[in-house]
Design a protein around this ligand. Structure first.
Ligand SMILES: NC(=O)c1ccc[n+]([C@@H]2O[C@H](COP(=O)([O-])OP(=O)(O)OC[C@H]3O[C@@H](n4cnc5c(N)ncnc54)[C@H](O)[C@@H]3O)[C@@H](O)[C@H]2O)c1
Length: 430
């Protein structure tokens, strides 16, 4: 079993650390956020991830998992160092690698000969080579390996996705480095694909761009369905049975968001532009996504009879998707920001709390109960596909609201049942 250092204790780093400890490795996770480190050392996990608190507590009790301040403390004496820090969108649309660069310069002097630095953060083509060069320039010993090992976990099912992934991709120029990284996954049942670094980096971007394309495609189809009296749910069912198409990512809604798709599509477009390749297909995917948010805003305006100012909206769901507490680039917040700017008062509920949404939308009223959100509302807007919304007491909702209009941006509710209760119902593509 190996001694692994993980830099960054976020969704990816914490999952990587806890899962590797579960697989028997000795793991030290370092983060710059001293408060987060202190809480994790007590077994307090701040992200909503099924099974993760249990794995963290298991790792702490077996002493195979420790939390420390900073990258250097995590990497000292490690045979592998996984870089799991943010790579957000820079002002020019590219991936901002400044945190990665800072971490690599910090690590360079403490890495022992034979250590392998593994890029798990999502980084554009050329980053494995860049990290190797930065290490050299910062005075690291020459015998350090560098590999790309992109992460494909989904928030909400991160532990399951890490321990039972569809595939493990390892990109390295040196086959011996790839073999050593692959051995860390020995107890993980998944195909292991070894590639050169550029291919591994492209697999991650191409995968996310493809998934974003599926969502934008189905949103465009849904909008046509509305005009031709087709029901997109029946259409996607009919499409999805074809295994070449599949059911996943064929759900229309307010558009894709989250911490990955927006920045990764943007970075891939920058890569395409840098090599003078036309990727207008992906440009259209992004434009379709922006337009989809406008469409949900327009549905609310329509439900309010075109008179938004001073009206009240109940919003269910703030996170970018269900089963996570992540609000980064959430389509829900994008839509609500527009509606608030139009003079609408919004009272919102999210099963994961969503209080942090006030940092993004200061006038948003976030309440702890879905029914509270509905009091005196003119319109009820469903923005995230939390399953619990299906099972709420809509007779009670009907008694609380002022206007009987529902905009269901996730097609979560039963239109017939809603109409029976006297609501006008607007879904997406149905
Ligand atoms: N979240 C996902 O679903 C997901 C999935 C696949 C890949 N990724 C990629 O993984 C990377 C990390 O994403 P995330 O969602 O885990 O981010 P995150 O924001 O949840 O976590 C990043 C962590 O890094 C820490 N950090 C920042 N600077 C640091 C430094 N100098 N030294 C030590 N720690 C530092 C932060 O305090 C934070 O705890 C990104 O490149 C992202 O694109 C994310």
């Amino acid at each position: 079993m190996s001694r692994i250092g993980v830099v960054g204790a976020g969704y990816v780093g914490l999952t990587t650390g806890a899962c590797f400890a579960h697989l028997g490795h000795e793991v030290v996770v370092g983060d710059v956020d001293a408060d987060k480190v202190r809480r994790l050392a007590k077994g307090e996990v701040g992200v909503l991830e099924e099974g993760l608190p249990e794995l963290v507590r298991e790792g702490l009790s077996t002493r195979r998992l420790r939390f420390v301040d900073g990258a250097v403390a995590a990497a000292t004496d490690a045979a592998f160092v996984f870089v799991c820090v943010p790579t957000p969108r820079a002002a020019d649309g590219d991936a901002d690698l400044s945190t990665v660069e800072t971490v690599v310069r910090e690590l360079a002097p403490v890495l022992r000969p034979g250590t392998i630095v593994v890029n798990k953060s999502t980084m554009p083509v050329g980053s494995t080579t860049l990290v190797a060069r930065l290490l050299r320039d910062a005075g690291a010993v020459p015998e350090i390996g560098v590999a790309s090992n992109p992460e494909f976990l989904r928030e909400g099912t991160a532990v399951r996705d890490f321990l039972s992934p569809y595939r493990v991709v390892i990109g390295a120029d040196d086959p011996a480095v790839a073999v050593r990284v692959s051995e860390l996954y020995r107890n993980v049942q998944a195909p292991v694909l070894v590639t050169n670094p550029a291919s591994a980096e492209m697999v991650k971007y191409a995968s996310n761009a493809f998934l974003a394309t599926k969502v934008s495609f189905v949103n465009a189809v849904a909008n046509i369905c509305e005009a031709v009296n087709a029901d997109v749910r029946e259409v996607t069912l009919g499409m999805g049975y074809d295994p070449r198409i599949g059911f996943e990512f064929l759900h229309p809604g307010p558009g894709w968001g989250g911490s990955c798709f927006p920045k990764d599509t943007s970075a891939l477009l920058r890569t395409a532009a840098a090599v003078h390749e036309d990727f207008s297909l992906l440009d259209a995917v992004v434009a379709t996504n922006t337009a989809q948010r406008d469409r949900i805003v327009a549905k609310v305006h329509e439900a309010l009879g075109g008179r938004p100012a001073g009206r009240r909206l109940a919003a269910w769901g703030l996170t970018f998707k269900a089963n996570t507490n992540d609000l980064r680039d959430s389509p829900a917040l994008g839509v609500l920001g527009r509606l608030i700017a139009d003079g609408i008062e919004v009272r919102a509920y999210d099963p994961a709390g969503g209080e942090a949404a006030r940092e993004i939308l200061p006038t948003l009223d976030v309440v702890a109960d879905p029914y509270d959100a509905c009091v005196d509302a003119d319109v009820l807007l469903v923005l995230t596909e939390w399953d619990e919304f299906r099972w709420l007491d809509f007779t009670r909702v009907a008694a609380l609201v002022t206007g009987r209009a529902i905009v269901d941006a996730r097609n979560l509710l039963d239109p017939a049942a809603m109409r029976n209760l006297g609501f006008t119902y607007r879904g997406v593509g149905r």
